[in-house]
Ligand binder design. Structure first.
Ligand SMILES: Cc1ncc(COP(=O)(O)O)c(C=O)c1O
Length: 386
């Protein structure tokens, strides 16, 4: 008797697959450039793909302080180290993560307690996605205003969240600067509850940020028009070497009692790219109604975020968050993290100075001062290559 599952008896199925109507999806640019880089055998190849820190020998750099935290975690071998986290995530990690953004101790500051709801996410991308989902389902913005250019994934994230997008002209390619006037003109057409994507520091891909005075005007405009700022914070401390300075704009917006979101990533500033460590912080007005109050257990914002997380992936992974908690929760390790941040940001600035010097030495046509003015960013390299 032949078995039904005998593969030799299976006939090719002439029916069209259910999936034959799936739309073609263009390859993700940074990841395909990275793939091309890896398969290229040229000895002088340069990687202009994914934004990751590399040493002078072109290798990844596990931060010294991260290695120290990993060995402490390993030595402690806590019995609960493989347990589920809560849906919200590791609360101690979240308090430290929000302290890093907002600049004061969230365990003691009533202001933070009243106004900030934090949930652990699958890194910065997950935080952007979760925030987009919350706003799209419950606030229903008519438009999300996305800077042109931007990190390409913003388009995908908001498209998947079903919110129509408009762009604002962020970059003046001629002057190689942030386009303040164009940005203000566009955003003054935005409607109440529209979302505005803002890069908190080290704008990707241009490396051009607003000045503090320009940030103040953007914040005022958002407050006057009832817009919802959405900060993408992927490079805190990586840009200037100073974590507080890189969070300046967010802290300013907090002071104005705006309601907004912050998508925080620890990929770059801790070198924990593959660990997927991040947090979404939702800043709301202080509320008299305890149920809509933000951070407290039982708050509606937290409950809704947890509902979305539960239906998506239950909770964020624990390993990387444990490393960040170990570092930020220990004064000595935190000091050593600031040193490691200094190593990375100084090297990036040194590379920019060296590149500028070489371009000038070779008499390369054009002006290259923006190479010195801008932070992080691969756009200058693309300028040169193209
Ligand atoms: C502007 C911006 N936002 C968010 C991210 C997300 O990174 P991750 O998901 O690794 O935290 C990146 C990474 O390159 C980025 O450049």
């Amino acid at each position: 008797m032949g078995s039904i599952s005998d593969p030799s008896k299976l006939k090719p199925n002439p029916r069209l697959s259910l999936f034959s109507t799936l739309p073609p999806i263009p390859a993700d640019e940074p990841f395909s450039v990275n793939g091309a880089y890896l398969s290229d055998t040229h000895p002088q190849k340069v990687n202009l793909g994914i934004g990751v820190y590399r040493t002078s020998t072109g290798n990844p750099w596990p931060l010294n302080v991260v290695e120290e935290a990993e060995s402490r975690i390993y030595d402690a071998r806590n019995k609960d180290r493989h347990e589920y986290l809560s849906i919200q995530g590791d609360r101690e990690f979240l308090n430290l993560a929000s302290d890093l953004v907002f600049g004061f101790d969230s365990t003691t500051s009533p202001q933070i307690r009243d106004r900030v709801t934090s949930v652990q996410t699958v890194s910065g991308t997950g935080a952007n996605r979760l925030g987009a989902e919350l706003l799209s389902r419950h606030i229903r913005p008519k438009t999300v205003w996305i800077p042109n250019p931007t990190w390409a994934n913003h388009h995908t994230i908001w498209d998947l969240a079903g919110v129509p997008e408009k762009s604002y002209p962020y970059y003046d390619a001629q002057k190689k600067k942030f386009n303040y006037i164009g940005t203000m003109e566009s955003l003054s057409k935005a409607q109440k509850n529209d979302v505005v994507i803002l890069h908190a520091c080290a704008h990707n891909p241009t490396g051009a940020d607003p000045t503090p005075t320009q940030w103040e005007s953007i914040a005022r405009l958002c407050a006057e028009r009832g817009l919802i700022p959405f900060f993408d914070l992927a490079y805190q401390g990586f840009a200037s070497g100073d974590a507080a300075q890189d969070a300046w704009a967010i802290r300013h917006f907090f002071g104005l009692e705006l309601e907004f979101c912050v998508a925080q990533s620890f990929s770059k500033n801790f070198g924990l790219y593959g660990q997927r460590v991040g947090a979404l912080h939702v800043v709301s007005f202080p509320s008299l109604d305890k149920n809509t109050a933000a951070g407290g257990v039982g708050g509606d914002i937290l409950a809704n975020l947890c509902h979305l997380v539960r239906g998506e992936y239950s909770m964020a992974p624990r390993g990387g968050a444990e490393i960040v908690r170990t570092v930020l929760g220990d004064a000595e390790l935190r000091g050593r993290w600031y040193e490691d941040l200094g190593v990375m940001s100084t090297r990036i600035q040194d590379m920019r100075r060296a590149l500028y010097g070489e371009l000038v030495r070779l008499g390369t046509p054009g002006s290259w001062e923006h190479v010195l003015d801008q932070v992080c960013s691969a756009l200058i390299l693309r300028d040169i290559v193209s």
